[in-house]
Design a binder for this molecule. Structure first.
Ligand code: NAD
Length: 283
């Protein structure tokens, strides 16, 4: 029987602690921390994520500035908004909710965000810092995964971590963070031959592919720590990339979906917003 890694409870603790730090910041610097959130279009999942991020900001005492642009917004309209916020001294963090509508150049728009306001940790400079094992602004989902792994109290050093998925926002950065913790890391993806053979070797299995219940019990080693990043909307509601019911009796620790990695991502975003503001006052 596995232990549930309760991201909801853990993120609540992180946000409570942040609330105190944010209040101290306000007292010390005589201003509120502010986070600009840009939403382009009305993708229903994105609207929910943005709403949850704004709610979390309110909870910890961070002022959110919400910018909603229509799905028809042009590249230059979005770029101009990001540029304006970039030079606005009262703005500590800028978040562009992804995915952007297809006609917009996501990479170009993200590259305009200055690294010191990049609360998502997606800019080349922040990704570079993660790669160099420097303490920069790490991207939120991988940072949340690492926080959860550390919360188990299990030593990560020397463990074989297998990551399924190689996206820029989850798979690649979490691989680097696990490497920094002295794990031996294997990255699998859609072209990996005999994925099951790799998955079965994992002491730590991180799954981020976006395929409902893809990882089944026969792919998991007894006692593995299983982190399910996937969020899949099915007719029976939300589920992860791991067949939770089948795998839970094999894993030592496992994250649920919902209530696992998702809330941790938001807590890490708040923590990054605080970090950006603190650094802007102190660096
Ligand atoms: P993505 O869609 O950018 O990339 C998917 C990755 O999975 C690719 O690297 C691909 O090679 C790999 N893949 C796809 N099918 C595969 C297969 N059959 N076998 C092996 N590898 C396969 O993914 P993403 O943006 O990292 O998102 C992955 C999932 O995680 C999605 O469900 C997404 O909604 C979810 N997600 C959750 C959070 C969170 O906060 N909980 C954050 C980001 C993403």
């Amino acid at each position: 029987m596995s232990i549930l890694l309760d991201g909801k409870a853990l993120s609540a603790e992180i946000k409570e602690n942040l609330k105190v730090k944010v209040a101290e910041f306000e007292k010390n610097y005589g201003r509120k921390i502010s986070l600009a959130v840009i939403l382009v279009g009305e993708n229903p999942a994105s609207c929910v994520y943005v709403k949850n991020k704004i709610k979390a900001a309110e909870f910890v005492g961070i002022k959110s500035l919400s910018f909603s642009l229509p799905a028809t917004a042009t590249e230059s309209e979005v770029e101009d908004l990001v540029k304006t916020l970039s030079v606005d001294n009262s703005v500590d963090g800028i978040l562009v909710q992804l995915p952007l509508p297809k006609h917009l150049n996501e990479e170009k728009i993200l590259s305009i965000i200055p690294a010191e306001k990049d609360v998502d940790g997606f800019t080349a400079e922040n990704v570079g810092n993660t790669t160099l094992f420097k303490d920069g602004i790490n991207s939120c989902t991988p940072a949340g995964i690492m926080y959860m792994l550390k919360s188990t109290g299990v030593s990560l050093s020397g463990k074989h971590a297998v990551i399924i998925g190689r996206s820029n926002i989850v798979g690649k950065p979490v691989a680097l963070m696990l490497l920094r913790e002295n794990c031996t890391v294997t990255i699998c993806h859609s072209k990996t031959a005999d994925l099951k053979a790799f998955a079965k070797q994992a002491d730590i299995l991180v799954v981020a592919i976006g395929k409902a219940k893809f990882v089944t019990a026969d792919m998991v080693k007894d006692g593995a720590i299983v982190i399910d990043v996937g969020i899949n909307r099915t007719e029976n509601g939300l589920c992860g990339d791991v067949d939770f019911e089948g795998v839970k009796d094999k894993a030592s620790f496992i994250t649920p979906v919902p209530g696992g990695v998702g809330p941790m991502t938001i807590a890490m975003l708040m923590s990054n917003a605080y970090k950006c503001a603190y650094r802007r006052e102190n660096d």
